[in-house]
Design a protein around this ligand. Structure first.
Ligand code: C2O
Ligand code: CU
Length: 499
């Protein structure tokens, strides 16, 4: 992993003297009054330029684009089964949309410009309204020029509570992000530059939790916390190591999973991915423990310190049940599923990888993968006009980022079972996201996965082959793209039609 180049975190950011604790950066919560079955819960959300404070000190406040004046935007909370209505007002000087990442919404509410709606013009409004079908941890962000709009601060958490949530002492959301700041502390305006597009995307130099450079997170010994992690970064992959604590994963991408300790204790979160953890604070009162982010080998850094208060909450961890109730997802039947192959190519050093993957699979390789890869090496083709930012290909085709209304790459029969086998014939990681559906991740490199986890975004490693399965029950044209937003801008995007 060390071959992924990344600038070091700014010294300034981590020398921020006064303590900006994560607790200070509590998210404003848009709570609504108790359920009235018929009336939707209504929330106002205005996107506009504003200022936000990333850290203490005179240069700690920066110009950003905010939802409701804050980064992240307000935490929207509804209960499963409720209906949510969000009135979005565009106070930006350009078009925008809001996408409800991971939420199984009807097509017209999905927030994809030109594909599901006309973009919201400057000064205009748009009303989103949908049912909260699945409980879980979701988030919202623009789908218009997202490599710039998300990076400038437009994102926020959307929490759909279970009717009977797992019992915990505290339910905490951490929205993770990183920023690329210039020496003077402003957002660097080199959005979507050629280098970022062709490599691992825009990885920033200043990491924030809930919009603040964190220092400490206050806890009490014996406390049980449900920690909802959301990766809202354009490109950074996070892998927090909860040193000495034993996190138990209870949900991934909002969907319940059999409670388990993650491999090696590390929770790996690609851009757009979420994990719900149960953390029992088993440390000693008065102590401090550091959480390190260890994804990029050789570039580990301290994410935040956990600070125990002097007064314990209880003597030992509670033995409350961990498992969450299942969401109403249709179970895919692998026996009757149709299969489709999807191959990713392109990027820096991509030709080399595609070439030796093609060779190692040999001419008899299943599923036409070799043929696809060979034809791609002969010259990747594009549906839209070629430009210098074209870098990534899905089955040989690069999208033009300005055009989401593409000809479908696949047509999936509605209410039928589908397996999509994805091959990453590139030298880079890709968090691959499908709209409108959650899918089971059923295998990696031919090995069945242990938890057959439901995801809406799956991190595919270089040279890895991942199979996903789902019932295509949501009709419409759905985006399928890499959530490294610079890769998406560089062509790594397609449309799947469910009809
Ligand atoms: Cu989180 Cu197509 O997006
Ligand atoms: Cu990618």
């Amino acid at each position: 992993m060390s071959r992924f180049p990344m600038p070091a975190l700014t010294r300034r950011a981590f020398l921020a003297s006064a303590a900006a604790s994560v607790a200070d950066a509590m998210l404003p919560v848009l709570w609504r009054s108790p359920v009235h079955a018929a009336a939707p819960q209504e929330v106002q959300l205005r996107a506009a330029p504003d200022r936000t404070r990333l850290m203490p000190g005179p240069s700690g406040e920066i110009a950003a684009w905010c939802y409701g004046g804050t980064v992240p935007g307000p935490e929207i909370r509804v209960r499963q089964g409720e209906r949510l209505r969000v009135v979005v007002e565009n106070g930006l000087a350009e078009e925008t949309t809001v996408h409800w990442h991971g939420v199984r919404v009807p097509h017209a509410m999905d927030g994809v410009p030109h594909l599901t709606q006309k973009p919201i013009g400057a000064g205009e409004r748009f009303v989103y309204e949908f049912d909260a079908v699945d409980a879980g941890t979701f988030w919202y962000h623009p789908h218009q020029r997202s490599f710039e709009q998300v990076e400038r601060g437009l994102y926020g958490p959307l929490i759909i509570e279970e009717r009977e949530p797992a019992r915990v002492d505290r339910d905490v959301t951490w929205v993770l992000d990183d920023w690329r700041l210039t020496k003077s502390g402003a957002i660097s305006e080199d959005f979507g530059n050629r280098h970022d597009i062709h490599h691992n995307g825009r990885v920033g130099n200043t990491v924030t939790i809930n919009g603040r450079v964190p220092t400490t997170f206050a806890v009490r010994a014996g406390e049980r916390i449900r920690l909802r992690l959301i990766n809202a970064a354009n490109a950074r992959i996070f892998s927090p190591d909860f040193t000495g604590l034993q996190p138990i994963v209870i949900a991934l991408d909002g969907q319940p999973v059999a409670p388990h300790a993650p491999d090696g204790g590390l929770v790996v979160l690609g851009p757009a991915m979420r994990a719900d953890l149960i953390l029992d604070m088993t440390g000693k009162p008065g102590r401090q423990v550091s959480i390190f982010d260890r994804f990029y080998e050789g570039l580990e850094y301290k994410l935040v310190d956990i600070a125990y208060s002097d007064t314990p909450l209880r003597e030992r961890a509670p033995d409350w049940p961990l498992a969450l109730p299942a969401n109403p997802l249709p179970e895919p039947d692998l026996e009757t599923a149709s299969r489709n192959e999807v191959v990713f190519t392109g990027g820096m050093m991509g030709r080399m990888v595609a070439q030796d993957m093609g060779e190692s699979m040999g001419p008899g390789a299943p599923g036409g993968t070799t043929r696809d890869m060979n034809s791609m090496m002969g010259g990747e083709r594009m549906t839209q006009t070629m430009n210098s930012s074209t870098a990534w290909f899905i089955n040989g085709i690069a999208a033009d980022q300005a055009r989401h209304d593409m000809k479908p790459a696949l047509t999936l029969a509605r209410n039928k079972n589908h397996v999509i086998a994805m091959t990453n014939a590139t030298a880079w990681h890709h968090p691959i996201h499908l709209h409108g559906h959650s899918f089971r991740v059923i295998s990696r490199n031919g090995q069945p996965t242990r938890h057959r986890e439901w995801q809406d975004t799956v991190l595919v490693s270089p040279r890895e082959k991942v199979e996903i399965a789902f019932v295509a029950d949501n009709p419409g044209d759905w985006m399928f793209h890499c959530h490294i937003l610079e890769h998406q801008a560089g062509g790594m995007m397609a449309v799947f039609r469910v009809a």
